[in-house]
Design a protein. Structure first.
Length: 397
């Protein structure tokens, strides 16, 4: 049983702040600062270049990949870290397309995170020759999985509304149509139980700076199912994905299994922060996290709807149909969110009118959820959001 008071103590949480934005950037794990400092001083500082061998820097992408693999239901040895989520989306998608010759359509949905769609657009533009991206409404995906589809590319949890796709059912339907399935777990990993192996995913990707708390710019991960590990060819064939990087061959030979999905030099300092963040999961059970997440999000919905009738729930009403976030719609949602932030309730805004709140039981408590709803009631009832300073858009919303 997870002790949530104990896990809360593992995070640096500023006084006077109710943090409901861990679905965008997780807070600082207390141990991360010391872990990064040790990497800088005792490893980079004292070991210099020998740290690649003596400190095990080169093995970090696979070692930490296995730790993340346990959170997403992956088989050991089939997750590796490095680069950004956009890069990993491109790799997975390009490999999947090459493995489905004769088909040229990528199917996704209009609720997918834009960068996934942008990477797909760029890839099909490069390929030409009839390759295309098709997007449909999230609820219509299943009906559009036909024999012409090469790859189904979806984010399991919608970044705006929190709506959750059924990975196993949609993947099975894709396979029956002769397509492969690529899943983005950016809003799933560390938020709810994920089973990429049991769900039949061919590829899965995700970031680590949201629910996994690796810090801004934390490295992404990629999963390749064992049945594809030795046949998938990475479109981005970087030197660390080579079978023997330090042979410095002029021709590329793919590395063994998921190692071939490595591209560039791993971000050692960021991985040190991630390693400390993953230590928290030694004290937490993902099933407990999910159950507590549902309790907190249900409490928030009840409190907000009772106090703020002008807000419209944008997330699914059924908690089993959403991830670990709750969104409300309001025409002036950006200004409302800025007013909330000024009062210590930190969520975020997604255009055009979504106020988004994440629920991370590792550090969030029921009393904070109620207090956040009380502050929202004050902001809405008094129109405290209707001020010029709250309407001015910052670069990051």
């Amino acid at each position: 049983m997870t002790d949530f008071d104990a896990t809360r103590a593992m995070f640096h949480l500023p006084d006077g702040v109710i943090y409901l934005d861990g679905n965008s950037l997780g807070p600082l794990p207390v141990a991360a600062a010391a872990r990064v400092a040790r990497t800088i001083g005792a490893e980079w500082g004292d070991m210099l270049i020998s740290g690649w061998n003596r400190a095990g820097w080169m093995e970090m992408p696979a070692r930490l990949g296995d730790r993340i693999g346990r959170l997403i239901g992956a088989e050991p040895g089939h997750v590796v870290l490095g680069d950004t989520l956009s890069i990993k989306v491109y790799q997975a998608l390009a490999s999947a397309l090459e493995m489905t010759p004769g088909k040229r359509i990528i199917l996704s949905d209009t609720g997918n995170f834009p960068t996934d769609l942008y990477m797909a657009e760029g890839l099909v533009r490069t390929l030409g020759n009839g390759y295309a991206l098709k997007t449909v409404a999230p609820e219509d995906v299943a009906g559009h999985i036909t024999d012409e589809i090469a790859v189904l590319m979806l984010t399991e949890v919608d970044y705006r509304t929190g709506r959750k796709h059924d990975m196993a059912a949609l993947t099975a339907k894709a396979h029956a149509a002769g397509a492969l399935a690529v899943w983005d777990l950016a809003h799933s990993a560390g938020a709810l139980p994920v089973d990429v192996a049991g769900g039949g995913a061919d590829f899965a990707v995700g970031c680590t700076y949201k629910y996994l708390n690796s810090g801004p710019g934390g490295p992404a991960f990629i999963y390749v199912a064992p049945r594809h590990a030795e046949t998938a060819r990475p479109a981005l064939s970087g030197w660390l994905g080579h079978q023997a990087p330090f042979a410095f061959d002029l021709d590329y030979r793919p590395g063994q299994g998921v190692e071939r999905m490595r591209v560039g030099t791993p971000p050692v300092l960021q991985m040190a922060a991630l390693e400390a963040a993953l230590d928290v999961w030694d004290h937490a059970d993902i099933a407990d996290i999910r159950a507590r997440s549902v309790e907190l999000s249900e409490l928030f919905i009840r409190e907000v709807e009772a106090r703020c009738p002008d807000l419209a729930l944008a997330s699914p009403r059924d908690p089993q149909q959403r991830g670990s976030q709750v969104s409300f719609r309001f025409p002036d949602g950006y200004a409302v969110m800025q007013a909330l932030i000024s009062r210590g309730v930190i969520g975020d805004f997604r255009a055009p009118d979504i106020m988004r709140f994440g629920f991370t039981p590792l550090y969030l408590q029921p009393g904070e959820v109620i207090r956040a709803a009380e502050i929202m009631e004050e902001v809405m009832a008094g129109r405290l959001w209707d001020r010029p300073e709250f309407r001015t858009r910052a670069r990051v919303t």
